[in-house]
Design a binder for this molecule. Structure first.
Ligand SMILES: *[C@@H]1O[C@H](CO)[C@@H](O)[C@H](O)[C@H]1NC(C)=O
Ligand SMILES: *[C@@H]1O[C@H](CO)[C@@H](O)[C@H](O)[C@H]1NC(C)=O
Ligand SMILES: *[C@@H]1O[C@H](CO)[C@@H](O)[C@H](O)[C@H]1NC(C)=O
Ligand SMILES: *[C@@H]1O[C@H](CO)[C@@H](O)[C@H](O)[C@H]1NC(C)=O
Ligand SMILES: *[C@@H]1O[C@H](CO)[C@@H](O)[C@H](O)[C@H]1NC(C)=O
Ligand SMILES: *[C@@H]1O[C@H](CO)[C@@H](O)[C@H](O)[C@H]1NC(C)=O
Length: 484
């Protein structure tokens, strides 16, 4: 049985018609809807280990958009919106939104149709974009074999690939046609080779985007569906798409940059994490990975989403809490070629480990805005925006590694120069780079501290740092900013 859903109505929340180029200028705050804010502003206890709904809602998100915008973000990415399996499985409840049961209904734990539309229109009034997370690859069941009649609209076994667990990640057919999940929550794999199913999903995404005024879609489990499925789906969405291709290998991810607008930059994520996780992290590995991606992705690293944390991986501070290392690592997504994505809670210093511990309730932080990492994020967003405003080629200029040593990294993306170190807070790093391209004796300003300095007579830079802190130096970009 197939039926159209979210039929576009007069009540639809119009999108801002954002193009991929428009998204490139933006920075994205990723939140888990159930864990970000409650409708009435209450702060119930939320034990992440229990894996149950903690009652964050779309109304809650609306009430805290100012908190997000004050940090300089101009887009949010919310959890999947459709109805999920109800009840408590041995792996908890579907509070994260990734366990679809009914493609045609909203998840009413998060609010009503009107609430979601109000979120969209409120964002647009604030000049912000809405990115909705979508799952096409599978539906979630609570038994094996699944009770297919519980699914909507695909309620027959024939709508799904024949059951087999994915066992061989080197066999792409296995990855695309066998199932994710486990016996507690099997993820029944849609038969995305079937024309009727393909048509359904193309109509579905088209209508969903219009109905809720989405400016972009984040697509789950992209590598689990054949590549040739995606171009028509992305065209039907008719807004910016960013795909999750969960793999650390640039060569594996690269072909996907040809079938969706952009990808989450997993290949860079792993070496980024490792580079700053210890004072012996390998900065060359990070540089080499970025260079490989720059030369093999369809649009280099420009159309990637860069992140240090997300809902599927341990928070950075679960393994390293030295604030100098944390601040260096956090700077990366904001100074590289792609679109910065910050996972909610990082700015509050959250330390949760692997799923489910990395999905803490943000209300338990009190949404304080004067904490050091909140201010760090605000400064990083402001520095990036200043660089974009200062040069109309900034977003189209590939970053270059001017120097990579055991503990220091110098990254140039004119007019921005970034000096990073993984020496830690006990270190006194020094960076020295001849001929960065500045004018001789040019005045430079550290966008993080607003300290001033001069380039040397040949336009090079020598900086003595302290406390292992990163430095970001766009020339003369500090003036209009409110820093610290
Ligand atoms: C969420 O709401 C449900 C249903 O009203 C309630 O049983 C549960 O205790 C609430 N959870 C929290 C963390 O407040
Ligand atoms: C299967 O799902 C249908 C629809 O939700 C429900 O009516 C039926 O009781 C379920 N069957 C079993 C065996 O759980
Ligand atoms: C790859 O996986 C598919 C699906 O599981 C299987 O039918 C096929 O035999 C596998 N191919 C190889 C070479 O193992
Ligand atoms: C981070 O460092 C800790 C402590 O050295 C180590 O146990 C952990 O495996 C590292 N994690 C990653 C992802 O590199
Ligand atoms: C750092 O990573 C590079 C690969 O980019 C590798 O060639 C080098 O051996 C690594 N260095 C150390 C000390 O592990
Ligand atoms: C960057 O390049 C693209 C493709 O050539 C172009 O469409 C876009 O306008 C450029 N952006 C800027 C800021 O120059």
């Amino acid at each position: 049985m197939l039926r159209r859903l979210f039929a576009a109505s007069l009540l639809a929340a119009p999108a801002l018609c954002a193009s991929a180029q428009d998204w490139q200028k933006r920075s994205i705050y990723q939140l888990v809807t159930d864990r970000f804010a409650t409708s009435d502003g209450s702060a119930p206890p939320c034990d992440t280990g229990e894996r149950i709904y903690c009652n964050g809602t779309w109304q809650g998100v609306i009430s805290r958009l100012g908190y997000i915008q004050n940090m300089g973000f101009d887009a949010i990415w919310i959890s999947p919106i459709v109805a999920n399996i109800e009840g408590t499985t041995p792996e908890g409840q579907a509070y994260h939104g990734y366990w679809t049961q009914d493609q045609n209904a909203l998840n009413d734990h998060f609010g009503t149709d009107a609430d979601l539309k109000l979120l969209s229109t409120t964002l647009h009034e604030m000049g912000m974009y809405l990115m909705i997370d979508v799952v096409v690859n599978h539906m979630a069941a609570t038994s094996l074999p699944p009770n297919y009649t519980a699914f909507t609209p695909f309620d027959e076994q024939a709508d799904f690939h024949r059951f087999c667990w994915i066992t061989d990640y080197n066999n792409q057919t296995d990855v695309e046609q066998c199932w994710l999940g486990d016996t507690n929550v099997p993820l029944a794999d849609m038969d995305t080779e079937d024309d009727a199913i393909v048509d359904f999903f193309n109509n579905w995404i088209h209508n969903l985007v219009i109905e809720y005024g989405a400016d972009g879609v984040r697509i789950d489990t992209v590598k689990h569906i054949r590549k040739s499925f995606w171009p028509a789906f992305v065209a039907a969405a008719n807004v910016f798409s960013i795909g999750e291709v969960l793999d650390g290998d640039v060569n594996y991810v690269s072909p996907y940059t040809g079938v969706v607008d952009s990808v989450l930059d997993y290949p860079t994520y792993y070496p980024l994490y490792r580079a700053f996780n210890t004072t012996s992290g390998n900065l060359s590995e990070l540089a080499d990975t970025v260079k490989a991606a720059q030369s093999s992705y369809r649009l280099g690293e420009f159309m990637t989403g860069s992140f240090l944390e997300n809902q599927d991986n341990p928070r950075f501070q679960s393994t390293q809490t030295d604030q100098a290392l944390v601040k260096n690592a956090m700077a990366w997504p904001f100074i590289q070629d792609g679109i910065p994505i910050l996972y909610y809670g990082q700015e509050q210093g959250y330390t949760g480990g692997n799923d489910p511990y990395n999905r803490e309730a943000l209300w338990l932080s009190g949404y304080e805005e004067d904490k050091p990492l909140v201010m760090h994020v605000r400064t990083l967003n402001a520095a990036r925006k200043a660089a974009i405003a200062a040069s109309d080629q900034y977003l189209n200029t590939s970053l270059k590694f001017l120097s990579v040593s055991q503990n220091t990294l110098v990254v140039s993306k004119p007019p921005m120069l970034t000096l990073l170190t993984n020496g830690g807070s006990a270190s006194t790093p020094s960076w020295s780079v001849p001929d960065v391209g500045y004018a001789g004796d040019e005045d430079l300003i550290d966008a993080l501290s607003c300290d001033t300095m001069k380039a040397d007579k040949d336009g090079g830079v020598s900086v003595q740092g302290s406390g292992g802190m990163p430095q970001v130096r766009p020339d003369a970009l500090c003036d209009s900013r409110d820093v610290r």
